[in-house]
Write a protein of this length. Structure first.
Length: 192
């Protein structure tokens, strides 16, 4: 394990299809606004039924701008923009958060907007950032959860090297349906 594991450094990570880099608010905010209003992102990342995007008022704009202009100052989490190398454009974000320092563990989350999906970018972004967490930062465990109705997400995580650990049943009420939440993780000693 490195002597000082820290999330304060904001690296740029290069893959074949994607580059992960720190947030550049002015450049990235237009893409992030589209991503946050996208029906798939709302469906698969909301913790409550959100069939349509909430109204985008001034307060929301301020909240989002404040959020993304402060991501690079956070010492306990790592927020990176996923850039499609084919176009040089940002298509979404991938994040390590919920750092559990004594147990060398954290959570991973990802959301890609409509321009970034279904071309293998998500799988590679998850793999790159997990590799950074387990090898460069010396963490032992990266975990995440994915709603059972998000089959694309689950498949992408499996391809990236995550394994299912369990199912929390009926976690989300989506319209008139109950949706399970699947817990997955990648561990350092199984990581290749
Ligand atoms: C989930 C997400 C990160 C995946 O990234 P992606 O770049 O779109 O996915 P990839 O192209 O890398 O891989 C998707 C895989 O799922 C498969 N897939 C797509 N739709 C599927 C479906 N309905 N059922 C089963 N598999 C499906 C694809 O065929 C592909 O697998 P393959 O390479 O074996 O053919 C991205 O789609 C996203 O951000 N979606 C919206 C928000 C979201 O779901 N975030 C995650 C919340 S846990």
């Amino acid at each position: 394990m490195p002597a000082t594991t820290t999330f304060a450094d904001k690296p740029t990570l290069l893959g074949a299809k994607v580059l992960l880099r720190p947030v550049r608010p002015e450049e990235d905010l237009p893409m992030l606004r589209v991503m946050l209003n996208d029906p798939d992102v709302l469906r698969y990342t909301s913790d409550a039924y959100t069939p349509v995007a909430p109204a985008w008022d001034e307060a929301m704009e301020r909240r989002i701008t404040d959020w993304y202009t402060t991501r690079n100052d956070q010492p306990d989490r790592l927020d990176l923009i996923v850039v499609d190398r084919a176009t040089g454009r940002g298509v979404g974000e991938v994040v390590l958060n919920e750092w559990d320092e004594p147990n060398r563990a954290c959570n991973l989350r990802i959301a890609l907007g409509p321009d970034g999906r279904d071309r293998g970018l998500g799988t590679e972004a998850v793999r790159l950032l997990t590799d950074h967490a387990l090898r460069a930062l010396g963490l032992n465990r990266v975990s995440l959860s994915v709603y059972a109705f998000n089959e694309r997400g689950r498949r992408a995580y499996e391809k990236a090297g995550f394994q299912v650990e369990g199912v929390r049943r009926q976690v989300l009420r989506w319209g008139d349906e109950w949706i399970d939440d699947i817990d997955m993780a990648a561990l350092a000693d199984h990581w290749t």
